[in-house]
Design a protein around this ligand. Structure first.
Ligand code: IPE
Ligand code: IPE
Ligand code: MG
Length: 248
């Protein structure tokens, strides 16, 4: 177990992915409009990015807007688009200074051209940063990602016998990013909601009832401490069982 400041040192996950859920309920519980919850959630994201840098997490993927979120009321969708734009305008310089490399996963062409330009500019500016890779899943759906990959493979004339796990991985939005070691979902829902459905094959899960705007550094540390105690077997056996076959 880690002390009060750092999570269990030896087993920090390389890649953490977060389903940042519960902004709406957080706002509702305070009698505020849902968009106030999204703004509070954005504030919290800043804290968690800092914590990742501090704890030595190398990749952070955040689920910010799903392909299904277009089905929300117009006002909320517009508000979420506005928040994305605002975050890029206000935070980019600071993130760049901190060594954060921004990447986007999802269908960029489905967004407003002005936002597309800002996202591409942020990616270009930060592309050589090495401290933390921040993958923003915006207009992202796991099924959509697989459809895009299959289409591209067909366009490229890939032959059936060439298709293997490594190749599929290269055609996904997450090409070059290791699979998530730990997926965190806030606000208690026990579902994947179309997030990283290929990449999550062997990820560890941590679900907490805490709403995303309240998921602070201490809560994050708890998640990392829990992860450090997990026994990842990938379909094999634990080291201790391998050493003592009589206990298998
Ligand atoms: C997550 O919070 C953020 C997005 C999906 C954009 P929600 O907006 O889903 O909050 P709840 O689940 O309604 O509380
Ligand atoms: C998942 O949360 C998407 C994001 C966090 C961006 P949702 O709130 O959209 O998921 P469901 O509808 O509860 O499954
Ligand atoms: Mg939700």
């Amino acid at each position: 177990m880690g002390d009060n400041d750092t999570p269990s040192g030896s087993k920090i996950p390389t890649h953490v992915a977060i389903i940042m859920d519960g902004n709406g309920r957080w706002a509702l519980s305070r009698g505020l409009p849902r968009l106030a919850g999204h703004r509070a959630g954005t504030e919290n994201l800043r804290r968690i990015i800092r914590a990742c840098v501090e704890f030595g997490v190398k990749y952070l993927t955040i689920y910010a807007f799903s392909t299904e979120n277009w089905g929300r009321p117009r006002e909320e969708v517009d508000g979420l688009m506005h928040i994305l734009e605002n975050v890029i305008d206000k935070e980019l310089a600071e993130l760049h200074k901190e060594g954060v490399q921004l990447r986007h996963i999802g269908r960029l062409e489905g967004l407003d051209p002005k936002i597309q330009e800002k996202v591409l500019n942020a990616i270009e500016l930060t592309k050589n940063n090495q401290r933390l890779v921040l993958n923003v899943a915006f207009n992202y759906g796991g099924r959509d990602e697989i459809i895009c990959a299959v289409r591209k493979m067909i366009q490229d004339g890939v032959r059936p016998e060439e298709v293997d796990e490594e190749m599929v991985g290269r055609y996904l939005f997450t090409a070059g990013v290791p699979d998530p070691d730990l997926i965190i979902r806030t606000s208690g829902e026990l579902r994947i909601s179309n997030f990283l459905i290929w990449q999550a094959a062997y990820s560890e899960w941590y679900v907490t009832p805490v709403y995303w705007p309240d998921f602070n550094k201490d809560e994050f540390r708890k998640a990392l401490d829990t992860y450090a105690q997990r026994d990842r077997r990938f379909g094999g056996l634990t080291a201790s069982v391998e050493d003592n076959p009589s206990h298998a």
